[in-house]
Structures are given as C-alpha cells and as structure tokens.
Design a protein around this ligand. Structure first.
Ligand code: HQG
Length: 179
C-alpha cells in the first residue's frame, strides 16, 4: 500500500468512526456516508481522492475496516465507532474464549471495574492473542486478558460480530477474566 492510501485510510477511519463533522459530513443512523459526498468533501479539504483510490482503500485495508453498500453508493466503518450509530448487528453465540489487549497501565483499574467501552460504542475483543497484543501495544506495554465469553453468554451478556470479525460486547465484568 502506498503512503496516500495509508493516510487516506487513517483519515477515513477518523471521519467514519469519530468525527464526520470534520469535513462537514453527516452519517445516517446506521453509520453510512454517501460515497460521492465523502469524496467531494475530502477533496474540498485538500485531500485529493478519486473513486478508484477509495475502492483501493476499502479493498486493501489491513483490517477490512470499511464496507461499501451493495450498489457502491454508501460506505461505512465496520466497527470502532465512538459516535452514536446503530450497526444493526444481531447477537450471536461467542466462542468459549475471547481476548482483549490493553496496556499495563490500565490493568489495576480494569481488574477493579471490569472492561469498559470508554469512548467507543463497544468493548472490542478478538479470537486470537496476536491481534489482542497488537491492539494493546498502541497504548504501552501490552497485556492480554483472557475472557470467558461463553460463560458471559450463558449469563445473558450479548455478543456481536462485526463484518470484519471483531467481537463486540457492552461490558466485561471482572469475574469473567480467566487466568
Ligand atoms: C481500556 C482498534 C482502564 C481498554 C483495535 C483500552 C480494536 C480501561 C482503552 C479497536 C478500562 C480504550 C478498539 C478500565 C477498558 N480502566 N482502562 N476499567 N476498560 N480500558 O482504543 O479496545 O485498528 O477505545 O483496555 O483493533 O484498545 O482502529 O479500545 O486500552 O478493535 O481498526 O481503555 O480499535 O481497531 O481504548 O481498541 P480504545 P481498544 P482499529
């Protein structure tokens, strides 16, 4: 991936997950932006991008963070939002174990209060340790927590799977952390 694509991907993540108003864009209730409007407004802010660049970003994004609607007129982020939108995900049964990567500095608070969604709409979990470790590394020395997801499900906690295979839940109480 070239620099422009990486830069574009980061900018579009920011816009579609957190700050559409940064370029004067509005998303619908399910987080969709109009493709033509997104391109036009990015160009207006001097980020020159054409439909092929956008397709390139969506297809080559390392975590498949974005999806086009079937007719390519709309685009949205698959997860990670902090703005109030509804992805319309259906609850599904999680695997027995899921992982969450965090930084060491958060651990005392996490053990006390459980995993909170903080600024985002969900707590984000993964099926593999490596992904969790990389997520944790963004904030400092990584620590990976092992979560009894199936037990949580049996106690009526809901889980969702985003289109790009990130597991989502509202809250993980500390009693579901495994050794
Ligand atoms: C921590 C990336 C103290 C939590 C990743 C995390 C992910 C607490 C931070 C997605 C806490 C929030 C989300 C508590 C949770 N006390 N700290 N009680 N409860 N935390 O960035 O999970 O690459 O909002 O451990 O792949 O790090 O951008 O969440 O460290 O899927 O596509 O509070 O972002 O996706 O940080 O990352 P974040 P996250 P992308």
């Amino acid at each position: 991936m070239n620099k422009k694509i990486i830069k574009g991907s980061k900018l579009i993540s920011l816009i579609l997950r957190h700050q559409p108003e940064k370029i004067g864009l509005t998303l619908d209730n399910e987080g969709w932006a109009n493709v033509e409007e997104l391109i036009r407004k990015l160009n207006k802010k001097k980020f020159n991008i054409d439909p092929d660049d956008l397709k390139n970003i969506v297809e080559n994004n390392d975590k498949k963070r974005f999806t086009f609607s079937d007719d390519f007129t709309k685009i949205r982020a698959n997860q990670g939002h902090s703005i109030n939108i509804d992805l319309k995900l259906e609850p599904i049964i999680p695997p027995e174990i899921l992982f969450h990567g965090t930084a060491e500095k958060n651990i005392t608070s996490i053990f006390k209060k459980g995993l909170l969604k903080q600024n985002r709409n969900y707590v984000h979990l993964s099926t593999d340790i490596d992904t969790a470790k990389k997520v944790g590394m963004r904030y400092g020395k990584p620590i990976v927590l092992k979560i009894s997801a199936l037990k949580m499900h049996q106690e009526n906690y809901k889980f969702y799977l985003s289109k790009n295979n990130v597991w989502l839940t509202d809250f993980v109480p500390n009693k579901f952390f495994e050794d």
